[in-house]
Design a protein around this ligand. Sequence first.
Ligand code: GLN
Length: 244
Amino acid sequence: MKLNIGWLYPDLMNTYGDRGNIIALSYRTKKMGLEPIINKISINESPDLISKMDILFMGGAQDTQQEIVNKDLKIKGGPLKNAINDGIPGLYVCGAYQFLGKYYKTADGTMIKGIGIFDIFTESPPVNTSRCIGNIIIESKLFPKIKFVGFENHGGRTYLTDKNLAFAQVIKGYGNNGQDGTEGYLFKNSVGTYLHGPILPKNPELTDFLIQKAVERKYGKDVKLKTIDNKWEKRAREFVINKL
Ligand code: GLN
């Protein structure tokens, strides 16, 4: 059984170890007895590839790269929106997460229009206002009682029309905007989040959620996947939490 993993804009949207998410998806997919195929989808690739993917991932970026990708999303934004609506599982980190909302206003006031699949918008405070930087701990409604860890570094503050649609609650750190205690957004099988770090190797439950949803969509609910012992991942996470 094969799983097609679509890595959106790996050359432009990739900061603070985001590529570790692809490594984790690939590693755990193999451990579960499946064959991962990594497909890089950047400016030169056809938008038709997006709907053929079983899992999608896009990382974060600086504002300059986001402005470049924004132009290409005029072509790929439609197919990406359809893919998310069709329930293709996906992870969208920081700059990528901002793209899924209505707009992202950069620190110098440039307006970057989003694809509008998430009911959110993002605004940066003026230049010289402090960024949201540091290690973060969150608790997601998808995994009650498990604390996730990551690292965030963003100028943009994201606001949700409906806070109940947040992916998680902040325990320590800033999250969406440093004010309302929400972190990220969850829509169908797609997760938007500010957590770099990277998020998936540190929090294997989320990696497995994406893989499981992808397998269910493609091969049905009866497929039995091999379970993976997460002892070391859990110990690493506990160690980090105790230090914060
Ligand atoms: N450029 C965006 C911001 O500063 C996203 C940063 C990122 O992806 N790390 O808000």
